[in-house]
Design a protein around this ligand. Structure first.
Ligand code: HEC
Ligand code: HEC
Length: 219
């Protein structure tokens, strides 16, 4: 009897050990969540991390590690207010945020879902904003910070290509309305304040229709 009790104690202790080791594993968090507030990420961000375009769930696969990590903190502290992501982010420990950010940053960028063709005038004004900006209103071109073709630059300027029009438009509206105010030096708040609704439609559909650069498609 004593032996049996010792064995079951060892089994119980090692089971706890396995669970807590698993909880800081990024792949497990993505597939199963953490069991206390974080639903499986893949339920919304898709098993390949590509997101769900129509629902406005962003792609996470291949985004910079430090950027993903920062967003989880910003959702948790409310500087990026979002009713869906706040409870998820708040339930993740520091280690879990590290693990899941690392996991998604290393996933290969999934193949793009082809976007519908753009009308000429929309394509023109989207391209104009992306590559030239509007200097009469102190609006720099998006690509000055987000890189040529919107492929992203370094750790702090995320890619725009490979995100859906719905998601890009949602974020620009969030900056305009102040629910997202997590950007360093208010760079995006300044940009968004200078965009009309027609600009937002043009720029978000334009980026969603851009092909991902070959470099971006490599793991
Ligand atoms: C119920 C759906 C849902 C689940 C589950 C979910 N997310 Fe999200 N996630 C969203 C939505 C919606 C957004 C966009 C929020 C916004 O518009 O600001 C988002 C945005 C994000 C972003 C910001 C991406 C960017 O480009 O700025 C990160 C990072 C993120 N989620 C990570 C996670 C992680 C990690 C998990 C699992 C632990 C997770 N999400 C689970 C719905 C979900
Ligand atoms: C002066 C630099 C700068 C310019 C110009 C700029 N951005 Fe940004 N943008 C940023 C930074 C920095 C972030 C990341 C903010 C953060 O940390 O959450 C960002 C983030 C974004 C995001 C959120 C991406 C995501 O994954 O959540 C969108 C969408 C976006 N920018 C769209 C645009 C568009 C469209 C333009 C042009 C009209 C533009 N940006 C011009 C600096 C800039």
């Amino acid at each position: 009897m004593k032996y049996l009790r010792t064995v079951s104690l060892i089994v119980a202790v090692s089971y706890v050990g396995i669970v807590s080791a698993a909880a800081t594993d990024g792949a497990t968090l993505a597939q199963r969540g953490n069991g206390h507030g974080a639903a499986p990420c893949m339920a919304c961000h898709a098993p390949n991390g590509g997101g769900m375009a129509a629902a406005g769930f962003p792609r996470l696969a291949g985004l910079p590690d430090a950027y993903l990590r920062k967003q989880l903190e910003d959702f948790a502290n409310g500087s990026r207010a979002n009713a869906t992501m706040q409870p998820v982010a708040q339930s993740l420990s520091d280690d879990e945020r590290d693990a899941v950010a690392d996991y998604y940053s290393k996933l290969p960028v999934p193949a793009q879902v082809p976007a519908p063709p753009l009308k000429n005038d929309v394509a023109q004004s989207g391209q104009m904003l992306a590559t030239r900006g509007r200097w009469s209103e102190n609006l720099p071109a998006c690509e000055q910070c987000h890189g040529p073709g919107g492929i992203g630059v370094g750790d702090h300027f995320p890619p725009l290509v490979g995100q859906s029009a719905t998601y890009i438009a949602n974020e620009l509206h969030a900056w305009q309305g102040g629910s997202r105010h997590n950007d360093p030096l208010q760079l995006m708040q300044h940009v968004a304040a200078n965009l009309s609704d027609a600009d937002i439609t043009a720029i978000s559909t334009w980026y969603a229709a851009q092909p991902m650069a070959p470099k971006e498609q490599q793991p």
